[in-house]
Design a protein around this ligand. Structure first.
Ligand code: G6P
Length: 619
């Protein structure tokens, strides 16, 4: 949800800012803008509707010189996506320019107040209120920018990550955050002089420095060209910055020869999962080593219940995790939409463990859900992909996915990373609670260890989905069915198709089909059935028969060697045999490829689907 980049140093800022915007474009892509203080002292703002390339085109004929600048790529909340609502926003006198990620909840009241004091607005955004308020504070208190930002933010309700330029101080960059992420990169230019970078995440920074500071909530930072970096909180108490070294590889941020990030990330899954389980799944000793569990053994031994909070795809992996943890650990697990949980006064006991599952670690609802759980005294465990993210930092303990940066907006490798991490978590908890028989435990560890190889097999054997995907481009609806562990997978398959090809799709427990969705089935309706030769196979076969007798088209995912379901299917994808509980890790691959190729056949932008953003940092 909106990406912020900033730079101050010896280098020309524009190329750094544009490159950074491209890296952050997954966060929003309806408009983009840049502000620079030129060599002649002008504060220039350029903004354009559309993607970052549109901004670049606009800037071709303009003065983009300057060694200090801020930039923004937007996902509209307040005000339609057009150039005037795009960021950066000028203050009334045009002496300040500001970019913002987040939502100012009391912007209407603030705007009214400012208007009463004669301030004129140029846009419909909540953001413009911020920059006008800062200027108002500067004028009314005769203070510097830093103090004015402090004063202004004390009046603000909502979430923000902001960066501000002041025309008359081209040597100073000010930024602040609350509820939305902001990272400061600390570097040295070729001349050995200090330089600072800003980013909503580390991706715009890693090319220049691996030394970063994660700004905390309600902190304001001021940086200048002499290397001065000061951080205080809203109460003006000085904070000690913690310099952290990033663990990220630049190549992970490139497409690496693939046409889209999504396809690259689908194919990366076997290796990504190998990295995820490395050092954690000890096959020889039949052990799962998760330091987050080992260090908090009693919490997991004694907890009465586990509540998992998540959104979107992460909610689907959480549901698979619930089935596994309940089976392996004999402990009740509830899975909650974070957006519902946070507002419905849920019962949370101090001996509950609340697990947040989030790829980005920045989803506003998930963050709020765990804050609520913290207030009620629960122990918080985070399962995030982005290292140093807000959720990772707000939880008591946790496990990173280590699947590498996920850039495609539709989640793929993070989903499988979450499912396997939740399986590791289940096995680790089962060990401390002693709920699994040693032989069975060993067999699960052994099987989990083979999953990356089996994923590779699945990818190799389902390469030709592209050959028939075009046949589905005319479809208006899809139905996805699965039972047991494959019901959440049916939800995920449907979501993937919906997100990137804009075809309506619904996931359903196969047996529930009779209670409604069957009414929709006709010759035009493809029904994707996840039908591995496992526990409820015969029942799923009956469900397929019910669809076929209503002329529905069957697309099935079957175990290698299956002839029965294959014979009943119009299209069939194969996966290798595995335990029931691990089928989703393999069956997800053909579902991801199906959605990818249908979207490509429809000419959709798979990496940046309309109206979506990868990181939802607003409610
Ligand atoms: C957005 C993304 C989804 C993601 C969801 C939750 O909707 O487009 O891919 O599953 O947010 O994000 P999180 O980062 O918390 O997993």
């Amino acid at each position: 949800m909106c990406g912020i980049v900033g730079y101050i140093g010896d280098q020309q800022a524009y190329p750094i800012l544009i490159k950074g915007l491209h890296r952050l474009e997954y966060r929003g892509y309806d408009s983009a803008g840049v502000a620079l203080i030129s060599q002649s002292g002008e504060l220039n703002v350029y903004k354009e509707k559309g993607k970052v390339v549109a901004l670049e085109r606009l800037c071709e004929k303009t003065d983009v010189t300057g060694t200090i600048g801020i930039a923004h790529t937007r996902w509209a909340t307040h005000g339609e996506p057009n150039a005037s609502n795009a960021h950066p926003h000028y203050s009334e006198s045009r002496s300040l320019a500001l970019v913002h990620n987040g939502i100012i909840e009391n912007y209407k009241v603030l705007r009214l107040e400012l208007e009463k004091n004669g301030v004129t607005f140029r846009s419909e955004t909540d953001t413009e209120v911020l920059v006008q308020l800062v200027e108002f504070m500067m004028n009314s208190h005769h203070c510097d920018l830093y103090t004015a930002v402090q004063l202004a933010l004390k009046n603000v309700v909502g979430a923000y990550a902001i960066a501000i330029l002041e025309k008359s101080h081209p040597d100073t960059l000010v930024c602040a955050r609350k509820g939305s992420p902001l990272i400061i990169g600390v570097g040295k230019s070729e001349t050995g002089r200090p330089e600072y970078f800003l980013g909503s995440d580390a991706t715009p920074i890693i090319e220049y420095t691996d030394k970063v500071i994660y700004l905390n909530d309600e902190e304001i930072a001021v940086m200048d060209r002499t290397g001065r970096l000061e951080i205080t909180n809203l109460a003006n108490v000085k904070q000690t910055p913690q310099l952290v070294t990033l663990q990220m590889n630049l190549e992970e941020l490139e497409k690496g020869g693939y046409p889209h990030f999504m396809l690259k990330e689908i194919w990366e899954q076997p290796n990504a999962l190998r990295t995820c389980i490395k050092g954690r799944l000890d096959r020889e000793n039949s052990e799962v080593v998760l330091s987050g569990i080992i260090d908090n053994k009693e919490k997991f031994q004694n907890c009465r219940r586990i509540i998992i909070c998540a959104c979107g795809t992460s909610w689907h992996s959480a549901l698979i995790g619930k089935y596994f943890i309940e089976e392996a650990c004999q402990i009740p697990v509830e899975v909650e939409y974070a957006s519902e949980f946070r507002y419905r006064n849920p019962v949370i006991f101090p001996d509950d463990v609340v697990v947040a599952v989030s790829q980005s670690g920045e989803t506003a609802d998930t963050l709020a859900a765990i804050q609520l759980a913290k207030e009620k005294g629960a122990f918080l465990y985070g399962i995030c992909n982005v290292i140093g993210s807000s959720i990772a930092r707000a939880t008591n303990s946790g496990t990173y996915l280590h699947v590498g940066p996920e850039i495609g907006v539709a989640s793929t490798k993070a989903f499988s990373g979450q499912v396997i991490t939740l399986a590791l978590l289940g096995l680790a908890i089962a060990k401390v609670r002693g709920t699994l028989d040693t032989k069975f435990y060993q067999m699960l560890v052994d099987e989990l260890y083979q999953i990356p190889d089996k994923m590779q097999w699945t990818l190799e054997h389902n390469k030709d989905i592209d050959k028939f995907a075009e046949r589905f481009t005319y479809c208006k609806n899809f139905l996805y069915l699965g039972r047991g562990y494959n019901y959440p997978l049916a939800l995920e398959g449907a979501l993937k198709l919906k997100e990137i090809s804009y075809i309506h799709a619904e996931g359903y427990p196969a047996a529930e089909m009779k209670h409604g969705p069957i009414a929709l089935v006709d010759a035009e309706m493809p029904v994707v059935v996840i039908a591995p030769k496992k526990g409820m196979y015969d029942k799923v076969v009956s469900n397929i028969q019910e669809i076929k007798s209503r002329s529905g088209k069957i697309i099935s995912v079957v175990t290698e060697g299956d002839t029965v379901v294959k014979g009943m299917s119009d299209y069939c994808f194969v996966i290798p045999d595995t335990r029931d509980c691990f089928v989703p890790l393999l069956a997800v691959i053909p579902l991801q490829l199906l959605s990818y190729y249908v979207a490509i056949a429809k000419g959709c932008n798979v990496d940046q689907p309309r109206n979506l953003a990868k990181s939802v940092t607003v409610e």
